[in-house]
Design a binder for this molecule. Structure first.
Ligand code: HOZ
Length: 430
């Protein structure tokens, strides 16, 4: 397989764009090799500038639950474009999408749309602080909540991929209110509450997807809820990645734990840049212009983005059971690869939630970021490169999650498992 055109494109990009990419993980640094430059997507496939075709298990890092170029989303976007790209004034599409989001989440009465997950979380934290009148927040090591200053502390995802989980350029003063706890470890949360009586909120990815896929234990989430209630702090579920991916009605529907605020992104934009945060009416009433907590955005609620989100969520609403089908496929995929790995003497930890899947080359279960870091990164890099060569596009970091779409067929899953068998034999012998 030739990737000469991608190499050339990457070289030119590097001369004009830092690292040749507009989001660091895409640079393939932790897996080696050259990022593939994409020309188009079609269903479950990606095509690159060399004319190679790959089964895409990244799906734009989550948003494309119906695959590339889904007909109803594409049509909705084209229709919206014909009426104007942006108005900076309200449209009915925003209310329609809000209605849909509220219908999916028990904990959301009202929702505000923004343009990215980072923006959604940053605003949700401000809202929690404004609502409680407190400054401190608790986050978990390995959870990634976007790249705003106060949250870029021991973050997973790209930050973990490059081994510097906190970033230069973030003044210590800006993170002094961020307390850190360990995922799935309630004692570490209790310690934060013992250290501070000023905790506005605890923020967590209830299905962590930015240190690989690491779901929180149900009991742990219940205990979090209790601690927050006992201390008058809010509980924020960051479902930018897991929303409409891990489950249709939010993590609250499978854990029984109701958050105070939920942040969303990815799928709600159907592939266009959309983020959102929502909560019960009493909390959302604090938000400007109803309340004093300020938040704004010129392109917030953009009509084209709203049209894409509306088409995606409408389709999900009509096909809620699709998540079960996706989960069966995701499970078959990782269990199949695990079996092939084991046949070659490689131990893998695998898990799925809805259409999300994760795997670690690790001989112990992964419950938190420290466990994830003990995975075999070298083996992952070899696996990634060899699977790419076979025509399968996996996330280029062991700290990211995999996604399947409704366009991913059973046959593709079988082909992937077969290719993994070949790859495991090669990488253990080489
Ligand atoms: N770390 C991001 C997803 N969790 C990557 C996004 C991107 O590079 O597009």
């Amino acid at each position: 397989m030739s990737t000469e055109a991608s190499k050339k494109a990457f070289q030119e990009a590097q001369s004009l764009i830092p690292g040749g990419v507009n989001s660091p993980v895409r640079a393939f640094k932790s897996v080696g090799g050259t990022p593939i430059f994409i020309t188009e997507g079609e269903g479950a496939y990606l095509k690159d500038v060399d004319g190679n075709r790959y089964v895409d298990y990244v799906q734009s890092w989550g948003p494309l639950i119906f695959g590339h170029r889904d007909e109803s989303i594409e049509t909705a976007v084209i229709n919206a474009v014909k009426h104007g790209l942006s108005f900076g004034a309200p449209t009915e599409a925003e209310t329609e999408l809000a209605k849909l989001v509220v219908s999916f989440f028990d904990s959301i009465d009202k929702v505000r749309f923004v343009s990215s997950g980072t923006e959604a979380v940053m605003s949700a934290i401000r809202l929690a602080r404004g609502f409680t009148g407190r400054d401190d927040i608790v986050k978990f090591t390995g959870c990634y909540h976007g790249h705003s200053d106060a949250l870029l502390v021991e973050a997973g995802s790209g930050a973990a991929t490059f081994g510097n989980p906190s970033s230069p350029g973030v003044p210590a003063d800006f993170t002094k209110h961020t307390l850190l706890a360990e995922y799935n470890n309630i004692e570490s949360v209790k310690k934060c509450f013992a250290d501070s009586s000023d905790i506005a909120c605890v923020i967590i990815e209830p299905i962590a997807g930015n240190m690989g896929l690491v779901p929180a234990d149900k009991e742990f989430l219940h205990e979090l809820r209790e601690i927050c209630d006992a201390n008058g702090s809010l509980l924020i579920f960051d479902e930018v990645m897991s929303g409409f991916r891990g489950t249709i009605n939010g993590a609250e529907s499978i854990t029984g734990v109701k958050p105070d605020i939920v942040t969303l992104g990815k799928v709600i934009g159907g592939g266009m840049p959309v983020g959102a945060f929502g909560a019960r009416a009493e909390i959302m009433a604090q938000l400007s212009p109803d309340g004093p907590v300020y938040q704004a955005g010129t392109l917030s609620g953009n009509p084209v983005a709203m049209a894409a989100g509306l088409a995606a969520l409408t389709k999900l609403k009509q096909n809620a059971r699709v998540m079960n089908v996706l989960n069966e496929r995701a499970t078959r995929l990782v269990e199949g690869m695990k079996k092939e790995a084991e046949a070659c003497g490689i131990t893998m930890q695998v898990d799925t939630r809805g259409s999300m899947f994760g795997f670690f080359f690790n001989d112990k279960p992964v419950k938190n970021f420290a466990d994830a870091c003990r995975s075999d990164a070298e083996l992952f890099a070899k696996f990634h490169a060899a699977m790419l060569e076979e025509g399968f596009y996996f996330a280029c970091s062991l700290y990211e999650t995999g996604f399947i779409s409704t366009a991913t067929t059973d046959e593709m899953i079988e082909d992937t498992i077969k290719a993994s068998a070949k790859v495991f034999k090669t990488i253990t012998n080489g």
